[in-house]
Design a protein around this ligand. Structure first.
Ligand code: GUN
Length: 299
């Protein structure tokens, strides 16, 4: 009698914290080289209002900038700041040649038009990659500043699957401007076959089930369980959801991690997966912005 033995190797847990540290150390040495050439990369972070989560994010950004040797400037403005005051601050930072990157922490208070603010940042200083010039540039496949979280996800995918992602079917769950849409654009740039599914998509599960790469960025705790996954898929979980479980506060992703483990080839945990990569790529974008500006202003 022939018995078919199915190989079932352990899934790989993608260590975003370790990869982010590697990226930060690469940046650290590149910053040193740049400083030796007389350029000190500098990131300005603008925070409006008192959203506690935003304060934590901004503190982390400033801390990591210090670690890699990037100068950081922090501007805090009260929640009732007029849009014009914020726009003026951006104009000032745009005009300051010693500032290479500008990040306005989102979300902004409801009375301020977010798009108008993001569009005011000079595209070469737009380290978030949210300006339409950069969004358009990415979609045309030009070398522009790209959003930090999806760019970090591409790095994790290449570290896991090798540098060539071409021909793989990638499904992005979610269509936000910050993650879903730029993620799809970056995967397309890598020659993946890309599907985007969202709240109005029919048969989400069937589409996900075909994914070699699944990126979840919807903000719905544990929405993706094993029944959505193709055996051997690589799963990147961008979700960070705070839930109550057994009377305790817990952070979980958009993927039901424990359930998914039985089918995936590799998966990012939450926390410790995608999260740390976002800040690492913000530092990378600041370095790239400083380089781009140095080249342009040398002419
Ligand atoms: N708030 C949550 N994520 C982000 C981000 O990627 N950039 C900015 N500027 N604000 C955020």
């Amino acid at each position: 009698m022939n018995i078919a033995i199915q190989e079932h190797s352990q899934p790989l847990i993608i260590d975003g914290k370790a990869t982010a540290q590697t990226v930060l150390d690469e940046i650290k040495s590149e910053v040193q080289q740049m400083k030796a050439q007389g350029i000190e990369p500098c990131l300005a972070v603008v925070l409006v209002g008192d959203d506690p989560a935003s304060h934590v994010y901004v503190r982390n950004k400033v801390e990591k900038a210090l670690y890699v040797g990037i100068r950081s400037l922090e501007y805090r403005m009260s929640a009732d700041t007029e849009a014009d005051t914020l726009l003026q601050k951006i104009d000032e930072l745009n005009a300051d040649a010693t500032v290479h990157g500008i990040l306005v922490q989102l979300p902004l208070p409801a009375h301020i038009d977010e798009t108008a603010v993001l569009q005011r940042i000079h595209p070469l200083k737009d380290v978030d990659g949210f300006h339409s010039e950069n969004v358009g540039g990415l979609s045309q496949g030009r070398e522009v500043l790209t959003p930090c979280t999806p760019t970090g996800c591409i790095r994790l995918l290449k570290d896991t699957l090798g540098p060539d992602l071409s021909g793989l079917h990638a499904v992005v769950v979610g269509r936000s401007n910050i993650v879903g849409k730029p993620m799809a654009a970056l995967l397309l740039k890598e020659s993946c076959t890309v599907s985007i599914v969202h709240s109005r998509t029919q048969n989400i599960r069937d589409i996900c089930k075909n994914a070699d790469i699944l990126v979840a960025a919807v903000g719905r705790p544990k929405m993706i369980d094993a029944s959505y996954l193709k055996p051997g898929a690589v799963v990147i979980d961008v979700g960070i959801n705070r839930i109550q479980e057994n009377g305790k506060n817990r952070l979980v992703g958009d993927v039901d991690y424990d359930d998914a483990l039985s089918v995936v080839k590799a998966i990012t945990p939450v926390p410790g997966g995608v999260g740390p990569m976002t800040i690492a790529y913000l530092m990378k974008n600041t370095l790239d912005a400083a380089r781009m500006q140095a080249n342009i202003f040398k002419k």
